[in-house]
Design a protein around this ligand. Structure first.
Ligand SMILES: [Zn+2]
Ligand SMILES: [Zn+2]
Ligand SMILES: [Zn+2]
Ligand SMILES: [Zn+2]
Length: 299
């Protein structure tokens, strides 16, 4: 079984439990959970090293999400539930059918508040340490959340920043370079379904993706490769035929995943470009401008 070491803040004298050396190897196998094994002392408070033999100890046993305060427990046997599960289970403990009312589990709550863990994205560069109570909240907002390289057959995964550097050094010739605010031209050949767009200065990658819509044309989207909770860009996408002109002005969705280049049709934020916009050589030509949120499209 994997064990994990955590740091707890306690009053009184500093102690250190000896870490089990055999278990250290498990950190490599479990990259999401890292340990802090150093000891600090600042007068009144000291830190001890704690080894958890169950890494899921501070996850809700019903929904498996990290526990946050308040934590409730069943009256008969002390089984615990997070507050959102408590409201879903109709006051009935799923483990022993006892009742779960508003009895709090203060001991677990205290542990959640006083034991810190390093962020699970430590391997991608995050240096934050958070209490277990804040673990879920931090995870949802961590700027080092993993993003996936969009290059076909490449398995590189890291933070958005490191992915940009990786793309620059490993696949620079497969991206279209552009600058914010400057209109640039792209052309998709008949058998290409996506293009990687690489901003020269800002360190951000975008994906232009087209999806064939039967009998109609191409649904084209532009997405930013960064954690889904980060926003921050607008884009303008233009297409011209002999007689028509189409423009989409849209907020740019963010996604860390390469699923953006899968074959499901987009549901929102796309420009539907009819087949008559495609050149006789099979190329779909477009003009694009991308700019950061909070600024105007033309400087
Ligand atoms: Zn739960
Ligand atoms: Zn119970
Ligand atoms: Zn983090
Ligand atoms: Zn790659």
């Amino acid at each position: 079984m994997a064990s994990v070491q955590y740091e707890a803040e306690v009053g009184g004298e500093s102690e250190e439990e000896s870490g089990d050396v055999d278990h250290m190897e498990n950190y490599e196998a479990q990259p999401n959970i890292e340990a802090q094994v150093h000891e600090q002392q600042d007068g009144s408070h000291s830190h001890v090293v704690i080894t958890l033999t169950d890494p899921e100890l501070f996850d809700c046993p019903i929904c498996y999400e990290p526990l946050t305060i308040p934590v409730y427990q069943c009256d008969q046997n002390g089984h615990i539930a997070c507050s959102s599960c408590r409201t879903k289970i109709n006051d009935k403990c799923p483990f022993c059918s006892g009742s779960i009312g508003f009895n709090r589990c203060r001991a677990i709550e205290k542990a959640l508040e006083s034991i810190t863990t390093s962020c699970q994205n430590m391997q991608y560069g995050c240096k934050e340490s958070v209490t277990f109570n804040k673990k879920g909240e931090h995870k949802k907002a961590c700027l080092y959340s993993p993003c996936y390289c969009p290059h076909l057959n490449c398995k590189f995964v890291s933070s958005a920043k490191q992915l940009y550097q990786h793309f620059s050094s490993s696949h620079v010739n497969s991206a279209t370079q552009f600058e914010y605010y400057v209109i640039f031209h792209v052309s998709l050949n008949a058998d290409d379904n996506f293009l990687v767009l690489q901003e020269k200065k800002g360190g951000t990658l975008f994906i232009l993706k087209r999806h064939h819509v039967e009998d109609l044309g191409n649904a084209v989207t532009i997405s930013c490769i960064q954690p889904g909770f980060t926003g921050g860009f607008f884009h303008e996408l233009d297409a011209k035929s002999k007689e028509n002109f189409l423009r989409l002005e849209s907020f740019t969705k963010s996604t860390p995943s390469r699923l953006v280049i899968d074959d499901r049709p987009p549901k929102t934020g796309f420009l539907l470009i009819p087949f008559d916009f495609i050149s006789s050589g099979g190329q779909l030509k477009m003009e694009i401008c991308i700019w950061p949120e909070g600024a105007s499209p033309s400087p």
